[in-house]
Write a protein that binds this ligand. Structure first.
Ligand code: MN
Length: 498
């Protein structure tokens, strides 16, 4: 469903005419080599397209206009091989709508100590050319990532890979449609927010659809479609069901086909449900939601459109990487001082992309909502590193919280727990992590990923130009409180700077 190779990043090199034709030809050739190297790298997720060196304000503005209008261009890599007087960049940068990364590299990795002369010095000027470009970006308060090092350094390629993934997700959000089946869970605060502001800030639109409209599509699903879906379940999961449970699974298959049809026809990339509004649906959709998430749809329960959009973005970023990405909820704690942990889960809707091995398809009663027993996939999650992310509407801005964690084995089997679950230890430890999370107003719902790192999310937050607060191994509660207070002032004033 998601193909990152459909997206392009444009490689744009700045220079000026002062150097003469020969040098500019060399700059052009060197830039082309770097762009091709990155394009061919197995560790780069999308295409890297070389663009001829820009040497005048008009050319710079023109490439920025073109990038804005190219639908599949997700951003620019900018590089100053030589010195590019940066007033030339003001017009272009002020209209550029796409994210950019400043690659602060040099074509020659090493100084040729014995042969270096003024010609070499004049050609390899990134060290000061990059500083001139950096100044104008900072002077214009431009959010961007700066990556420093030789272009063949694997660490540099990795940082570009991370940034490109974030840029693809950002591009995916522009014009994205999020469907809400039913509204918000009644009286819940954190899942609410300003959808108009979100559309202005993030580019995606959120609209509500009557559950009856979805039910009408589900009712049109025929038994052939249901049979084929049930057969798919039998191939994909461990299935051991009674006749009555199989009937529930058939109902679930019908709901899944209907939801897929609705979402595909409407061109939606993310959706929400709420157990408080299931009018005409016999079950809360569990299995269908899990399977739709596994196919790349963003999801948020209880009307949580912000998390639905976030999960979709994280899935785009994680495309092709090891480890899955899911909607998640901090559900319950293990507060033993010898090893405090969080058990993450949801009533049903956890994505099987994070499962270890084959999931078990089971039917159990749901103690909430008063509907028929819903089928769901039950599984554990392998150990490894993960990250939890949350976006909240703070009234005057959106805030993103990021908390890396270590997924650990549950202390024992959980034979009576009828849902998918993840057990993790947040960084730096549960006491500080949960304390900071709560002081930061972080939601109980998150996007959880074992494919992404905090750096993916940080790059994405820069592109979205929102506040992000990291809770990691260096966090202390008193410093975190200071960050929050500083940010309160910053975000009140920041719009005046830009
Ligand atoms: Mn929930």
């Amino acid at each position: 469903m998601i193909k990152l190779k459909d997206f392009e990043v444009w490689f744009v090199t700045g220079s000026q005419h002062l150097y003469g034709k020969e040098t500019l030809k060399q700059v052009d050739a060197d830039s082309k080599k770097i762009a091709e190297y990155l394009d061919k790298s197995a560790n780069i997720p999308c295409r890297v397209v070389f663009k001829p060196v820009v040497t005048t304000p008009d050319k710079i503005t023109s490439i920025c206009v073109k990038a804005n209008n190219a639908k599949n261009c997700v951003g620019l890599i900018t590089w100053m091989h030589t010195f590019s007087p940066a007033k030339m960049w003001i017009a272009g940068l002020s209209i550029l709508k796409k994210p950019f990364v400043h690659l602060h590299t040099q074509f020659n990795r090493d100084i040729p100590w014995k042969s270096i002369d003024m010609d070499f010095m004049n050609l390899n000027q990134s060290a000061h050319g990059g500083r001139e470009f950096g100044f104008i970006c900072s002077r214009m308060r431009k959010n961007r990532k700066v990556v420093v090092g030789h272009w063949q350094d694997p660490e540099v390629v990795e940082k570009l890979d991370i940034w490109m993934r974030a840029a693809c997700a950002w591009n995916d959000w522009q014009g994205m449609k999020v469907a809400r089946f039913g509204d918000n869970m009644r009286e819940v605060a954190v899942t609410e927010g300003d959808k108009v502001e979100a559309q202005k800030k993030f580019g995606y639109s959120v609209n509500g659809y009557g559950v009856g409209d979805l039910v009408a599509v589900i009712n049109k699903v025929d038994s052939k479609q249901i049979n084929s879906m049930v057969n798919q379940y039998k191939r994909d999961y461990k299935v051991k069901l009674t006749a009555a449970q199989l009937e529930a699974v058939r109902t679930s298959a019908q709901i899944e086909v209907g939801m897929r049809t609705f979402l595909e026809k409407g061109g939606f990339k993310a959706f929400t449900t709420t157990f408080e509004d299931l009018h005409g649906l016999v079950q809360l959709p569990g299995l269908p939601v899990q399977r739709l998430m596994a196919d790349g749809y963003g999801f948020g329960a209880e009307g949580d459109w912000k998390t639905a959009a976030l999960v979709r973005a994280m899935k785009v970023m994680a495309t092709g990487l090891n480890g899955g990405t899911s909607f998640m909820e901090d559900y319950t704690y293990h507060l033993d001082p010898k090893g405090m942990k969080v058990l993450g889960a949801h009533m049903l809707e956890v994505c099987p992309s994070i499962a270890s091995g084959k999931s078990s398809l089971e039917v159990h009663p749901l103690g909430i909502g008063g509907k028929a027993d819903p089928p769901r996939l039950v599984f554990n999650v392998p150990q490894g590193s993960g990250v939890n992310v949350s976006v909240m509407d703070m009234g005057n801005r959106f805030r993103m919280l990021i908390n890396p964690c270590k997924v650990v084995k549950p202390d024992a089997d959980l034979p009576k727990l009828p849902v998918a679950r993840v057990v993790w230890q947040p960084e730096p430890n549960l006491k500080v992590a949960a304390g900071a999370w709560i002081l930061g107003g972080g939601a109980h719902h998150t996007g959880f990923s074992m494919a992404l790192t905090a750096e993916h999310i940080e790059d994405f937050a820069e592109m979205a130009d929102i506040e992000y607060l990291m809770i990691d191994k260096n966090t202390t509660i008193s410093n975190f409180k200071k960050d929050i207070r500083t940010n309160e002032v910053y975000y009140m004033l920041a719009n005046g700077l830009k």
